[in-house]
Write a new protein. Structure first.
Length: 541
């Protein structure tokens, strides 16, 4: 059978190509795949004409609250020309290094389960840019016709704003303004807004006063260091910029003592009540992992005490979460604490709705286990395949823990593609020291539709070799003369650079299959949501 070439449309992998052994399913199928893109072509071209920092990388100190930071006044002026839509709905604003997307999804689904009309704005996306905006009681990406209609209605204002701002309005600023306008037009009961970068100078940080029900800071980690001032402390200061006068703030955590001190000092200065989701009196336990109706769940108990109450504020026993890992329990607890803030403000949200919303939440590319038919479609028959967008040291550690939870320390083969601005060595060390790694294939994908931020497979290989040397782990890599003969039978960790994603997936699969036979093993594709997007695009097509 000849390889079937799939051309993926829409960011993040806007023109990425994959080759998999897959049966031809007819031209009508391919046309239906392209329909979303063609219907949104004008809007997409419009966005692509603007500066896109996801594609090019964020300038040094751009996210800091300083003279070098992003110009938030530009965003306020744009929204003013649109009638200040952000002043016409209530909102919860979420920032953090990791966990903010999952926390936003948990919270939005809880409120939908209670019957509220919810707007949710997050980034990035996996299959279509429409995923970044959802509106209504059911969730799901904003419909194409609704987004197109709104774009046509406000295009004149956008054009005028871009001209007045001398072309400096960015892709994210314009798309954020579209989301806020849609939420106001739909009269949402509440909007869950995820910050893009940092907090203080992020384009979403325009909601003040009574419109802001609560702020949420999920975590503080070493990502976008240059853009956020160069230290954990400067990152904490940038993210604390979403804390507003007199409005409650939920701290996810757990945080390092000096980081929590920064956040609490900002809250004290703003007279903002603090609710901690990592308080010692909060108990969350993963009891086991099981399969229910063909989907993997972790069975959990969650008991939350807030403000030192002797009786549990929320008690959820035998909770079935399809969002796997201990870090997702923490994200769920953070979302529940945000719900408690809403309750204090007069919102009605039952414990039944909390349970339903948490159990209904599932996100593409977050500890996503492929089904057997999906794995087979990629030529990976009988393989356990896990997709996850982990790209930091902390998220790699969380992924390793999830893998162990799933299969009790299985053999692992990794396919990894990453952006340039990540700590590749620290990421590699978490896997090499924490998992039973058999093979690592380093590959490449486009980042937000461009190659400028993508790390070459050879550079990634060199970083993983360096990580193995620093850990004292013996490896067999593809620059060694004995590699070709020894790769399948040697007991050393195999490290290979291959710029083809499809070849990397097949190579990792073959080594894992040959080395482990019928023993527990998992093929993990990770390093970026963009590599996950490329895989899921191929299945969608």
């Amino acid at each position: 059978m000849k390889p079937f070439r799939i051309i993926c449309s829409l960011p993040p992998g806007r023109r990425s190509s994959l080759y998999f052994h897959k049966r031809w399913v007819g031209s009508r199928r391919m046309l239906s795949v392209a329909s979303d893109h063609s219907a949104m072509l004008e809007f997409m071209y419009y966005l692509d004409s603007l500066k896109n920092y996801e594609k090019s990388g964020v300038p040094k100190d751009a996210g800091t609250d300083s003279d070098d930071g992003f110009d938030l006044g530009r965003m306020r002026r744009l929204l003013g020309r649109l009638g200040n839509p952000h002043s016409r709905f209530k909102a919860v604003h979420i920032a953090g290094t990791k966990g903010k997307g999952s926390t936003a999804a948990f919270l939005a689904n809880i409120l939908r389960a209670e019957g509220y009309c919810v707007g949710c704005y997050t980034s990035p996306h996996i299959l279509t840019v429409r995923e970044r905006i959802s509106v209504g009681k059911s969730g799901g990406p904003v419909p194409v016709d609704q987004l197109n209609r709104l774009f046509r209605e406000i295009k004149r204002i956008l054009d005028e704003s871009i001209r007045i701002e001398n072309g400096h309005l960015s892709h994210f600023e314009v798309f954020t303004s579209v989301a806020f306008t849609l939420f106001a037009e739909e009269s949402v009961d509440i909007a869950i807004i995820e910050a893009g970068l940092g907090g203080a100078r992020d384009a979403t940080n325009v909601i003040y006063g009574s419109e802001l029900v609560a702020s949420v800071i999920t975590s503080i980690g070493e990502e976008h260091l240059d853009a956020l001032g160069g230290s954990l402390e400067s990152i904490a200061v940038a993210k604390s910029g979403i804390i507003k006068q007199g409005r409650p703030v939920v701290l996810g955590g757990p945080f390092l003592p000096q980081i929590e001190r920064i956040l609490r000092q900002k809250a004290l200065a703003m007279n903002a009540p603090v609710v901690s989701a990592s308080d010692a009196s909060t108990r969350s336990t993963i009891k086991r992992v099981e399969v229910v109706n063909g989907r993997l769940y972790q069975l959990c108990d969650m008991v939350l005490h807030v403000h030192g109450d002797s009786q549990p504020c929320v008690e959820l026993l035998d909770l079935k979460l399809s969002m796997l890992g201990g870090h997702q329990l923490q994200n769920a607890a953070t979302a529940i604490c945000a719900v408690l803030c809403l309750r204090d403000s007069g919102w009605i949200v039952s414990d039944l709705s909390i349970r339903a919303g948490l159990e209904q939440t599932f996100m593409l590319g977050r500890n996503q286990l492929l089904t057997a038919p999906q794995a087979s479609a990629l030529g990976l028959d009988a393989a356990t395949v896990l997709l996850d967008g982990a790209h930091t040291k902390d998220s790699a550690k969380a992924l390793v823990n999830t893998i162990r939870l799933m299969l009790s320390n299985p053999a692992v083969a990794l396919v990894v593609a990453m952006a340039m601005d990540k700590d590749h060595v620290a990421f590699a060390k978490e896997f090499l020291s924490g998992a039973r790694v058999e093979a690592v294939f380093l590959t490449e994908v486009s980042i937000a539709g461009a190659s400028s931020r993508s790390t070459s497979s050879t550079l990634l290989r060199d970083r993983w070799i360096r990580a193995s040397e620093e850990l004292g782990i013996s490896v067999l890599h593809d620059r060694m003369p004995e590699y070709s003969e020894a790769a399948m039978s040697d007991d050393r960790v195999v490290i290979v650079a291959n710029s083809s994603l499809a070849n990397s997936v097949q190579g990792a699969y073959q080594i894992l299959k040959r080395r482990t036979g019928n023993k527990p093993a998992v093929l993990v594709i990770t390093g970026s949501l963009h590599v996950v997007s490329s895989i899921l695009h191929s299945l969608d097509n």
